[in-house]
Design a protein around this ligand. Sequence first.
Ligand code: ZN
Length: 475
Amino acid sequence: MSKQNFVEQIADIEQDFPQWYTDVVIKTGLVDYGPVKGTMIIRPYGYAIWENIQSQLDKRFKATGHKNAYFPLLIPMSFFTKEAEHVEGFAPEVAVVTHAGGEELAEPLAIRPTSETIFGSMYSKWIQSYRDLPVLINQWANVMRWEKTTRPFLRTSEFLWQEGHTAHATEEEALEETMKMLGVYKEFAENCLAIPVITGRKTEKEKFAGAVATFGMEAMMKDGKSLQAGTTHYLGQNFAKAFEIKYLDKDGVQKHVYTSSWGVSTRLIGALIMAHGDARGLVLPPVVAPEQVVIVPIAAKKAGVTEKCEEVKAQLEKAGVRVILDGSDNSPGWKFNEWEMKGVPLRIELGPRDIEEGKALIFRRDTLEKQAYSLENLAAEVTALLDTVQKDMLEAARKRRDGRIVYAESLEGILSGVEGGNFVKAGWCGCRECEDKVKVTAAATARVYAEGETAEKCAVCGKSSKHVIIFARAY
Ligand code: ZN
């Protein structure tokens, strides 16, 4: 296949969304498959997105009083058995090290699937008095949850994430932390990823193994499916009791602490791809895009063109814009295709005539619109335009999603709703049986409670409704 036609190598987004996704992640250089089934290699273009996500989140965590630390990858297997629900939930996906240094180990070691247990064991040592509380620690790490198939960023055995683990004197404080971090995630998703999310509590069936309550944020992908983009867990005293995390309170009484944990992962990159991507490939929001602007010289060999492009690049860099100048010998058309596929938010086209007229053409990846801007003051124009793109992308995604939220009053209604690529709000009596019925009949799961909404009847059994649930098919 000729280079000119490489965009045609991406499957049609309308016809075959899963194949479109696979094509996009591979052909834009975000990832490649690792030699071990279930593993992925995050290539520089993908990792740059992760670094931007990290830096945005990290400053938000620090602004809310958290500090970073690093805990070991290996956790004694016995730790997992201390919290019954936790071990049951994670047992099927834990990878275990049984041999090392040429010998069988006396105790097998788990490769961390999550770190509540090892944080718990250390917190029991570090926390003695009410003066030691709260403890607010985050770690950036890799985790492993065994998978037989590979869906880059969505389902892989090893992935990168952050996990916050906090300990508090009271239930109120731990709950407040759980909700605060859910709010931090939501603000980050909307303002940095331009992805509108619905936050709310998860059902018992969908909660984290070992939590009292789990809260999630759900994002709608372009195929109408939901992607759980982050979760926060109120753990009550479950881990405090399992690991004897106690403190001497002001009244002289020994008490168990209350804990929380919360995490987001490289799944967020999958969310970015599927919430914004289009027929041409990626569409990246400026805040997390590795390159915010690409400059493509037109008739680059003509006198003064390359020099002017270099000059514009320097001006943009000075203004803090992440910019790349594509000086390769590919044709401008080829470059347009490539950078559009890679989702760069803005493209500046600069040729001899533009320079003569003192202007540049700017192409917006999100709207596919092209407009001329004066070369004078171009950096300020570009900076403002990047802000506009960021906001417009969020609004466009919100409009798409809001047009695809429907209500259902029967199981058939839920089925036809999710088949049509919608989030479906429906009344629920609260029983597991009805939740399971939705799963079996509609291949949809309860994503989160639609907080603050009420319905008269359970859409499944017709008994009185306790909650309104958002049902969707999910990644
Ligand atoms: Zn019911």
